[in-house]
Design a protein around this ligand. Structure first.
Ligand code: NAD
Length: 268
């Protein structure tokens, strides 16, 4: 893009007040984009946006992505403020980790409402604005829990698996019009959400189970999202990239067998 003649591109990042979403916002700013951060948590959003110290390039909007009217007015506000939208990152998400029998219908609905309805509503609202300037890119933030089933994730895992299928539906339909839609499936990432739901024992299990033996960083998630929104990814559409240190690939990779394979071969 010739920045001397074209306005800088605009990204909308939901759940942008902290964690992975805020890091994605930083990535866009560092690469010459303007950013709208949308979040339900005003107390966290406003200082986070102010700390970015780019009032010319940052718009903070307090909205609930599961509320159709709030999404409609929010995306209208982004379009009138910046005049265009080139990328949307559906990152806002919540997790309830409970056994099936203890997950209330309200919890089930709220997880699906944010993680799935939010991505449906935001994409539906952004697409017509993107098309006015020739198209764009959408990245949905799914999870390893959408690729592999596990205990306690009846609502969260189902919402992320549905988000992965939604990504493909959106990619085939919106791709015709010039909007690419992809997803990333992060493994565990060191954020407030992870701190809330990962005990010390769970952490140690993850270290054992993930071939790279660690959590991912928010910077690693943001770099992959940024790539998917960039011209370098111009022929990538409808894909899910696991950014998980090999967690999804491991399958029956039992930690004991892997540890043995990781040892240096013995000399005869
Ligand atoms: P986080 O809890 O730190 O941040 C999520 C943000 O979303 C918060 O600022 C929150 O206020 C906002 N949000 C929640 N509900 C909202 C709503 N209804 N409307 C608008 N904003 C809302 O979480 P994170 O760890 O940064 O996770 C970001 C995304 O990455 C989520 O979709 C999550 O499911 C996914 N993910 C995280 C991990 C991990 O280990 N942290 C792993 C896989 C996937």
């Amino acid at each position: 893009m010739n920045t001397s003649t074209s306005p800088s591109p605009v990204a909308v990042v939901t759940g942008g007040a902290r964690g992975i979403g805020l890091e994605i916002g930083r990535w866009f700013l560092a690469h010459g984009w303007r950013v709208a951060l949308i979040d339900i948590d005003r107390e966290t959003l406003e200082p986070a946006a102010a700390a970015l110290d780019r009032p010319d390039a940052v718009l903070a909007l307090h909205r609930d992505v599961s509320d159709p009217e709030a999404v409609r007015t929010g995306i209208d506000a982004v379009a009138s403020h910046f005049g265009r939208i080139d990328a949307l990152v559906n990152n806002a998400g919540i997790a309830v980790f409970k056994p099936i029998g203890e997950t209330s219908f309200e919890e089930w609905r709220s997880v699906l409402g944010v993680n799935l309805d939010g991505a449906f509503l935001c994409t539906q609202a952004c697409a017509p604005v993107m098309l006015r300037t020739g198209g764009g890119a959408v990245v949905n933030i799914a999870s390893i829990s959408g690729l592999r089933a596990s205990t306690l994730r009846v609502a969260y895992g189902t919402s992320k698996a549905a988000l992965i299928h939604l990504t493909k539906q959106q990619a085939v339909e919106l791709g015709n019009a010039g909007i690419r839609v992809n997803a990333i499936a992060p493994g565990p990432v060191e954020t407030e959400m992870a701190k809330l739901v990962h005990s010390v024992a769970i952490r140690s299990d993850y270290y054992d189970t993930i071939p790279l033996g660690r959590y991912g960083t928010t910077e690693e998630m943001a770099a992959t999202v940024g790539f998917l929104c960039s011209p370098a990814a111009s022929f990538i559409n409808g894909q899910v990239i696991a950014v998980d240190g090999g967690f999804d690939a491991a399958g029956v990779g039992l930690p004991t067998l892997r540890r043995r394979a990781g040892q240096a071969p013995k000399e005869d």
